[in-house]
Design a protein around this ligand. Sequence first.
Ligand SMILES: *Cc1c(COP(=O)(O)O)cnc(C)c1O
Length: 383
Amino acid sequence: MPKEALFPSVRAVVETLKPSYPVYCLRPKEIRRCARLFLDQFPGRVLYATKCNPHPIVLNALYKEGIRHFDTASLTEVALIRESFPDVDAYFMHPVKVRASIQAAHDIYRVDHWVIDHENELRKIVEVCGGGDGQVMLVRLATKAFGAAFELSNKFGASAEAAVDLLRMSAREGFQCGLAFHVGSQCRNPEAFRDAFRIVKGVLEASGVHIHYLDVGGGFPVPYVDDNPPPLEDFVGAIKEGLALLRVRGDCVLMCEPGRSLVASGSSLLTQIQLRKENALYINDGIYHSLSETVAAHIRHPARLIRAIGTPSETMRPYTIFGPTCDSMDVLPYTIDLPEDAREGDWIEFGQAGAYTNATRTNFNGFYPETFVTVDDGPLLPA
Ligand SMILES: *Cc1c(COP(=O)(O)O)cnc(C)c1O
């Protein structure tokens, strides 16, 4: 089999490969649809957050639809992006960077957009690659918690007061300045963006520094089971309202950095049942592989059973789903309804599996999902 074969449907993957290993079923058309939605609706520059899913098929689909800016957080990601697409920009958006990575990103890959949330990091960047010179320094602000699945401001982000100082110091070092924030991943409440803009407004007024960039981050949510967030329009509306409150120059570049919302629906995960014990199904993927967000954020992927020959029962029952490792923690933190006659050899497809799945897998216990195929059918979405 070619490494990334094209199949008309997930069922065709099952019938052709009968895979006893997990398979990521990528849908480039769906990824392009999501990219188009963002490019059409967001009134600024759309950066893709590479960490969310760095697979080349995913990156290529985004690139083909017109994504030309990438949020990167390590030298490996910078290299991946700059070497895959010579005409795109990589932005180094991690507030804590290795000195050698700053150096290589600057000298080899010509990165010139940086993020800081502390003056020690500013000093590091100035020492390694000098200030000014058309380089851009974004100051990352902490925001308040608004019910995102992952709050990021408890790890990164300067207070409003500290941000005022950081903007002034960056301006003094000769950088073009900007502000950045991230309201948290899978943020269901557009109010989070309105509130962040209020913080931005305060910082701008207190600092007197003109910003050239305003980066509203990622966090745009997607639907999962029992999780049906408002549409992108509502978030874009909140951002436009926030923008109208600010007095920024006409040439200030608005940016966003979506990860999840560009790629979640663009992949599903095909797993296989290896053993059934009464109400428990042991499958070949789990929380140490593609399904870590089920535990970390209680995310529920839509799921359906696929049988190669014959038809499964229409009567459903709840199952406990165990992953493949020997760790007793390797179990989904909720039951999943599947046909009552589910059995060894059946497949379970998990939808909305493009974000933080292959990106976060480990090879714990010798299990490592590494088969990617392209399928041409529609995404598996929550009912
Ligand atoms: C993870 C991350 C993103 C992407 O967040 P999503 O919730 O996937 O949209 C964007 N920017 C930064 C700085 C991040 O750390």
